[in-house]
Ligand binder design. Structure first.
Ligand SMILES: C[S@@+](CC[C@H](N)C(=O)[O-])C[C@H]1O[C@@H](n2cnc3c(N)ncnc32)[C@H](O)[C@@H]1O
Length: 297
């Protein structure tokens, strides 16, 4: 399923060469997700801040909820942007929340963060207080019943409060089209297999969240697509990020690839192989995020 972008504001961000940057994506907590989320936050830091800066807030929020916070990409961006706010960070994964708390301590903001472990697919939601901003990045598509989740967020927000839904269409791309040399187009075929699987397992990823937010009672005040295109980077973080993402995809689509493609993919993922992705100096990060700003009237 592809994202249909009906952008009211379109920001194309091109960050040439440098250190930290990149996209990513995720499924349920599996091995390695925490590291990918951390790399994602590092690589996409600028893009996350620019989405937070774009939000049509009437006043600076005081109580923010980060739903499906993972290891805190959004939590820390929002704490930085809104120095008077505190964040309730909610996730099903105790491991992610622990990592988030450790980071909060390292940054000296532990007083401003409360973590709540909860499965948001459960009928009963935890008490989230009365937030004036709820942020959900790459988490709503995990919900078994997103319509119910959106209504719960609506009811938790104070009147006038804002819900920011950040979603993504698919996995980021890292390799040139003609790579690897012996199996050109491999990444495209890997993504095609992942997309087919996703239709079966995660039907809401890539959805158009605008109408769903409206149906849940929100007034959608804006939608913005951010294209991420980090080219020609020699950043070591991108190599690790690409390896992590492709490894995770491999773990779920291995049986959908031809034996030749699987062998080529394994060579890319093998740090000791001369074909290892970590040895390439032509990696990019190509991805897109869309943020919807929805108000509870
Ligand atoms: C793709 S990650 C995104 C993490 C973070 N928001 C970010 O932008 O980096 C999705 C997160 O949603 C969490 N999640 C998935 N299903 C959930 C559920 N039913 N209840 C609570 N959290 C859930 C996962 O544990 C994971 O941390």
């Amino acid at each position: 399923m592809r994202l249909s972008v009906k952008s009211m504001n379109h920001a194309h961000t091109h960050t040439p060469h440098h250190g930290a940057s990149h996209g990513h994506h995720h499924e349920h907590a599996m091995d390695g997700q925490a590291e990918i989320l951390d790399l994602d936050a590092e690589v996409l830091a600028e893009h996350i801040s620019s989405m937070a800066a774009w939000l049509p807030l009437q006043t600076a929020p005081h109580h923010i909820v980060d739903l499906g916070c993972g290891t805190g990409a959004g939590t820390f961006a929002l704490l930085d942007r809104f120095p008077d706010a505190h964040v309730t960070a909610v996730d099903a994964s105790a491991e992610h929340l622990q990592r988030l708390r450790t980071k909060a301590c390292t940054r000296g903001v532990e007083e401003r963060v409360r973590t709540v472990q909860a499965d948001l697919d459960d009928d009963a939601w935890p008490d989230l207080g009365s937030p004036d901003l709820v942020w959900a990045s790459a988490s709503m598509h995990h919900m078994a019943h997103p319509d119910r989740a959106l209504r719960n967020v609506h009811d938790a927000l104070v009147p006038g409060g804002l819900f920011a839904v950040v979603e993504l269409a698919g996995h980021p791309r890292f390799l040139p089209e003609n790579a690897p040399e012996d199996r050109p187009g491999l990444e495209e075929r890997v993504h095609a297999a992942a997309d087919r699987r996703q239709v079966e397992h995660m039907p809401h990823r890539g959805a158009d969240w605008g109408p769903m937010l409206t149906a849940a009672g929100f007034t959608v005040e804006g939608e913005r697509a951010i294209a991420v295109n980090l080219e020609g980077s020699r950043s070591e973080a991108i190599g690790r990020y690409a390896t992590g993402v492709l490894q995770r995809i491999r773990s779920v689509i291995a049986d959908r690839l031809s034996p030749e493609d699987l062998t080529a993919l394994d060579q890319l993922l093998d740090a000791s192989s001369p074909h290892s992705i970590l040895r390439r100096d032509d990696l990019t990060v190509l991805t897109e995020r869309t943020v919807w700003a929805a108000r509870r009237i």
